[in-house]
Design a protein around this ligand. Structure first.
Ligand SMILES: Cc1ncc(COP(=O)(O)O)c(C=O)c1O
Length: 423
């Protein structure tokens, strides 16, 4: 049986209607910004494979770090034991995260990093016998697919089936120059009425919600309001972390720093799953007690896996290198030039860029957003032309690995330009 036949027989793919979706492409290898299929076709991975491969595919530095670790220790239970790579990684993270971040809690992916942040916040109040209720979040936000993470995300076709099983959260519109006063008033009312436990947000760019961007100054205003009301501030940097928006973290654009930060995706350079939830000391201190009931009872089997930690240490070193920082700068400059070309195209609107992300919307008479069917036509066109781009409904975005070359990025722009001629 071929790989595709075995796949069809056995496998249930994520976010995929198995009845109507075409067969997947069998990828056999990757190098840099490219992946290669079983028939010898190559594709420029312009979305860093679900936003994880910040250094591209098969990066040799990360490969070597993994190989070295595999020969020493593959895994060890992380309660009652620790190891060198976890310690090194915690030091590294604390040195690059906003100054108030003081403790590192490991988990396995973006959703678990968010679950941990939510549970930490809930128990932070419970440990002090203070009644707080639910979370503030933004409309169109996405925080993952586990039940807690879905509960704080916006409601959509993704969450409909589970509506009776999610807890309440209070969604405010994304702030802009036009609505900031009304958003602040709405939030003040929610805070007065509900006394929320925390405020969770994707800082500056809402990823899965359509690469929607908003100004750090408005987020700073909202954080200030929440802080005045003792609401715990949670930045979900699962997508925005590790250089994606130009600075190491999106929180680096903020004056008011979060209490808790969720990380995943780029942390290991896309080699291995890992989630991290960092927090300020004053959060941790509320759990630090002789009373066993104040313990944070949460953990996962692969918590702080030594191989994942080794990959993360190598990936962060690469990110901080001059070469990588120059690459990020180059992507931002090239995006800027492409925007000047896109501006003349009347088939599109809302052209936007933050750091290495460039996005725009296709004008459409159908419903905007994820269910817009133009994504299927465009996705097929991009694949046929050797570019991996995965539109979010009528939103086209580029989120490349930092190692992408100028020629590769120009090819992505060329194919996008051509695609706009077929619609
Ligand atoms: C902002 C944000 N938070 C959380 C998640 C969930 O991460 P994971 O898919 O690793 O569970 C995602 C995934 O896209 C995300 O973009």
């Amino acid at each position: 049986m071929s790989i595709l036949e075995i796949d069809k027989k056995n496998i249930w793919h994520p976010f995929t209607q198995m009845k109507t979706s075409p067969a997947p492409i069998n990828i056999v290898s990757g190098k840099g910004a490219k992946i290669f299929d079983e028939n010898g076709n190559e594709y420029i991975d312009a979305i860093s494979s679900w936003w994880v491969n910040i250094h591209g595919h098969c990066n040799e530095t990360i490969q070597k770090a993994i190989l070295k670790q595999i020969q020493k220790l593959e895994h060890v239970i992380f309660a009652g034991f620790t190891h060198e790579n976890a310690a090194l990684l915690s030091e590294k993270l604390i040195s690059i995260l906003p100054e108030n971040q003081n403790k590192i809690f490991f988990s396995d992916n973006g959703s678990t990093a968010v679950e941990v942040a939510l549970k930490m916040t809930i128990q932070y109040w419970k440990n002090q016998n203070i009644q707080r209720n639910g979370f503030i979040a933004f409309e169109d936000s996405y925080h993952g697919d586990t039940l807690g993470a879905m509960s704080v995300g916006s409601r959509s076709v993704f969450t409909d089936a589970f509506s009776g099983y999610m807890f309440e959260s209070y969604h405010a519109p994304l702030p802009s120059e036009e609505n900031i006063d009304s958003v602040m008033t709405q939030l003040e009312n929610i805070i007065q009425e509900k006394k929320p436990a925390g405020f969770i947000f994707e800082p500056i760019v809402l990823g899965a919600g359509g690469m929607r961007m908003y100004e750090p100054k408005f987020l700073d205003m909202i954080i200030e309001l929440c802080r005045k009301n003792d609401i715990i501030i949670i930045a979900d940097e699962v997508m925005t972390g590790f250089g994606r928006l130009g600075k190491t973290f999106a929180s680096d654009y903020l004056t008011n720093k979060p209490d808790i930060i969720c990380l995943s995706k780029g942390i290991t350079g896309g080699f291995l799953p890992m989630g991290v939830t960092s927090c300020a000391k004053y959060i941790y201190d509320i759990f630090y007690s002789d009373d066993i009931t104040k313990t944070f009872f949460h953990g996962h089997s692969y918590t702080a896996n030594p191989i994942s930690c080794a990959a993360a240490n190598a990936s962060i070193d690469l990110l901080l290198s001059e070469k990588c920082q120059n690459n990020i700068e180059q992507i931002m400059n090239l995006h800027n030039e492409f925007i000047q070309i896109l501006k003349n195209n009347d088939k599109i609107k809302n052209i936007r860029q933050k750091g290495t992300i460039l996005a725009f919307d296709i004008n459409t008479s159908d419903n905007e957003g994820y269910t817009n069917q133009i994504k299927n036509i465009l996705y097929d066109y991009y694949i046929k032309n050797g570019v991996l781009l995965r539109p979010l409904g009528n939103v086209i975005y580029i989120l490349p690995p930092y190692c992408i070359t100028k020629d590769e990025l120009n090819r992505v722009y060329e194919i996008i330009n051509l695609s706009l001629k077929i619609i």
